[in-house]
Design a protein around this ligand. Structure first.
Ligand code: SAH
Length: 396
């Protein structure tokens, strides 16, 4: 097996089980390896630190499969890791009965570059690394075996694949998608999931707990849901007894999905829901100048900062929407605000939100602070990546 030899001192983060080897840490590759091949990762003093997938095109030159030097990385290894990931959710009291569930969350499950979400009988898989790409068949076989699903649909169309030198790949890799729309039930609300054309794998599962919290906080409140996508937060708010819900998104197809979700839930009062296609940055200003006010506002934007290099620009965008969020709240109102930007950690995000509250002249306190949900576990040494950060704050 080829050896990836590190520069002196660069073994330290790996010894703390950080799963990535950056280009600057690599002294040389002894032997030959193609993208995705398994290599031994070796410290400057010759110590073998574990085994990793080689990805010569990426700034992350290798992603660790194992920190044990002698682990055999083969078909059976991936089946085992997949089965363990699925079993962890199956035995988790908050997750065992969810019809929409993240089964594999990349590095946190020891499977860098692999995301797998289950929606009913269908599993959607997204492969974003050269190593994951190489072991596609084993990963898919492992998912079929561990879940008994009827279809595995691949959504490897994330732009991060280009950083690994990989093109997009989508389509069924096992079985066939059922006729008609897929639906899941989340906190008692039926939601359609478009695994073919929806965002990412079709649905933002990472917000499940926060959507539930929105439902619990919505009774008797007027709600504004910004960046609503297919209406997840909006429908939870209605189910929780919101008096009105105004939902905004710039995407027509997302709002079409939201309206379909409304009709899938005849138990909810559609008359209380208003759907608006608009740019949130502009809409917030318009609502302010119209003198509108709300009791609960949700801000769940797309990622503004894909990496730390974009953090400044992202910080300004977060500041802007949060400032307007605070300005549009009634006294005693609640702001639920989120970031999924890899370049903005929870601490920085809290600073931005605090700055927005201060500029808006409101006194705000945290009701709930979140950095990950149960089926998106973060490995202790795993970088923050794109996982969700969120604050629920109440103004005086
Ligand atoms: N809250 C949603 C997920 C939001 S994803 C849920 O719980 O499912 C982010 C959404 O923001 C996408 O639907 C995208 O269409 C929308 N979006 C992106 N930029 C926007 C903008 N400037 N104005 C309005 N919507 C925007």
């Amino acid at each position: 097996m080829s050896k990836l030899v590190l520069n002196p001192g660069k073994e330290r983060s790996l010894l703390r089980r950080h799963p990535w080897v950056f280009a600057g840490s690599v002294a040389r590759l002894d032997g030959r390896a193609r993208p995705g091949d398994t290599v031994d990762v070796v410290a400057d003093d010759g110590r073998v630190l574990g085994r990793a997938a080689w990805s010569p095109e990426s700034q992350i030159r290798a992603r660790m499969w194992s920190f044990a030097p002698d682990t055999v990385i083969d078909h059976a290894f991936f089946k085992r890791r997949v089965a363990e990931s699925v079993a962890r959710r199956a035995t988790h009291p908050l997750l065992a009965n969810e019809s929409g569930l993240r089964l594999i969350h990349g590095e946190s499950d020891g499977l860098p570059g692999v995301i797998a979400d289950r929606f009913g009988d269908v599993v959607v898989v997204q492969l974003t690394g050269a190593g994951a790409e190489k072991w596609r068949d084993a990963i898919v076989a492992g998912l079929v075996q561990a879940t008994g699903c009827t279809a595995v649909y691949e959504r490897s169309d994330s732009d991060v694949r280009s950083l690994e030198g990989l093109g997009p790949k989508t389509g069924c890799v096992y079985g066939e998608l059922p006729e008609g729309a897929l639906t899941i039930v989340e906190n008692g609300v039926r939601m359609e999931v478009d695994v073919v054309a929806g965002h990412k794998t079709g649905f933002y599962l990472d917000q499940r707990d926060n959507r539930r919290l929105t439902g619990l906080l919505s009774a008797g409140r007027s709600v504004l849901n910004c960046f609503c996508y297919t209406g997840g937060f909006s429908l939870q708010a209605l189910a929780g007894g919101a008096t009105s819900v105004l939902s905004i998104d710039s995407s027509g197809p997302a709002l079409d999905g939201a309206r379909r979700n409304m009709t899938l839930n005849p138990q909810l009062d559609a008359g209380r829901a208003e759907w608006m296609q608009a740019d949130v940055f502009e809409a917030l200003r318009a609502l302010k100048s119209e003198g509108r006010r709300f009791d609960l506002i949700v801000l769940d934007p797309p990622k503004f900062a894909p990496s730390a290099a974009h953090a400044d620009r992202a910080a300004r965008a977060y500041k802007d929407i949060n400032l307007f969020g605070f300005r549009l709240l009634n006294p005693g109102g609640i702001l639920m605000t989120y970031s999924c930007s890899g370049g903005v950690g929870l601490e920085l995000f809290q600073k931005i939100v605090a700055g927005a509250a201060s500029d808006a002249g409101v006194d705000a306190r945290i009701l709930h602070r979140l950095s990950a949900s149960a089926d998106h576990p973060i490995g202790l040494a795993v970088p923050e990546g794109e996982y969700l950060k969120g604050l629920t704050v109440q103004v005086g």
